[in-house]
Design a protein around this ligand. Structure first.
Ligand SMILES: NC(=O)c1ccc[n+]([C@@H]2O[C@H](COP(=O)([O-])OP(=O)(O)OC[C@H]3O[C@@H](n4cnc5c(N)ncnc54)[C@H](OP(=O)(O)O)[C@@H]3O)[C@@H](O)[C@H]2O)c1
Length: 281
């Protein structure tokens, strides 16, 4: 496994396992499967309704807690200082752990300054080893950094070969914030799994387009958390450490950036309304 070091010295695996859209009843099995493949970092969220399944896997896997890295996220309906603080304690119980390695504010909606203060406090109390945000686009990210005690250590954003988040990267660097990729495979959108350029590069190393995309992100310093419910794909997405892309290949892949989301426009009014109207967890 390759690691990177967050601003506060905490080490995070460059590769983890995502659990979005894994039904609650399947989560324990999938996470145990991922751990047996070799993953040690697991990404969940209050809004995924599957923290309990992750917690059951953590309790049953037999791997020492300190070898695992758990990422969780506070949902919008738990926004504001008091609700966020209570939700962190609830998440600790669901995950059956005394601490969460990385807690993120899931979306820049509701009273996220209050949410952030709850994260800062839980961090100082040792309940959270690192704290960060997710889906904070440049304007929200710069705003938050300007008015809080501890700047986010991580920003988890949509990142894959077609959306490389070039605009925000200088601001992340300025604040020492690690970029973490959600949907690092773009869920296969825009033909990612059969893309001719990535397929051709992959053939040189006996790798798939998916593996080239993930290797490209990791080699660019981006933490990745691909999701699969299939063991063979979990293994494929984990097999990224035996090859190294050349400078020329990295440039070819950088040129594939479309600079826009394959999923969602965080600046669009209808998207803001969707998040404001999102239900409670
Ligand atoms: N912070 C946020 O707002 C946010 C948003 C989205 C996601 N996330 C996190 O990021 C994680 C990853 O994102 P994601 O789950 O949206 O998408 P993803 O990892 O980009 O893609 C997952 C999809 O691709 C398929 N797949 C995976 N590996 C494959 C392979 N090697 N070949 C062919 N198909 C493959 C999976 O199908 P099968 O499962 O059927 O194999 C699944 O449909 C999430 O699980 C979640 O933890 C966070």
């Amino acid at each position: 496994m390759e690691y990177t070091t967050l601003r506060n010295g905490v080490q995070i695996p460059m590769l983890g396992y995502g659990t979005y859209q894994i039904p609650a009843e399947d989560t324990k099995h999938c996470v145990l499967e991922a751990l047996s493949v070799g993953y040690r970092s697991i990404d969940t969220a209050q809004g995924y309704f599957n923290e309990e399944g992750v917690g059951e896997a953590v309790a049953q896997c037999g791997i020492p807690r300190e070898e695992l890295f758990l990422t969780d996220k506070v949902w919008i309906s738990n926004g504001g200082y008091e609700k966020a603080a209570a939700s962190i304690d609830a998440s600790l119980k669901k995950l059956r752990t005394a601490y969460i390695d990385l807690m993120l504010v899931h979306q820049p909606f509701n009273d996220y300054y209050g949410t952030w203060r709850a994260l800062e406090e839980a961090y100082r109390a040792g309940k959270l080893r690192a704290i960060g945000v997710s889906n904070f686009m440049p304007d929200r990210f710069i705003d938050l950094c300007g008015f809080v005690d501890i700047a986010p250590m991580v920003n988890q954003l949509e990142v894959h070969v077609f959306q490389q988040q070039r605009v925000i990267r200088p601001y992340l660097e300025k604040h020492g914030t690690q970029l973490m990729a959600w949907s690092p495979l773009a869920q296969g959108r825009n033909g990612l799994f059969t893309d001719p350029t990535m397929t051709e590069i992959g053939e040189r190393y006996g790798k798939t387009a998916a593996q080239v995309d993930l290797r490209f992100l990791m080699q660019s310093g981006v933490v990745v958390i691909p999701k699969s419910t299939h063991r063979e794909r979990m293994a494929e997405n984990f097999d990224l450490f035996g090859f190294h892309l050349t400078d020329g290949e990295m440039e070819q892949l950088q040129a594939m950036d479309l600079g826009r989301s394959q999923f969602i426009d965080h600046y669009a009014p209808n998207v803001a309304e969707m998040f404001v109207d999102a239900g409670s967890v």
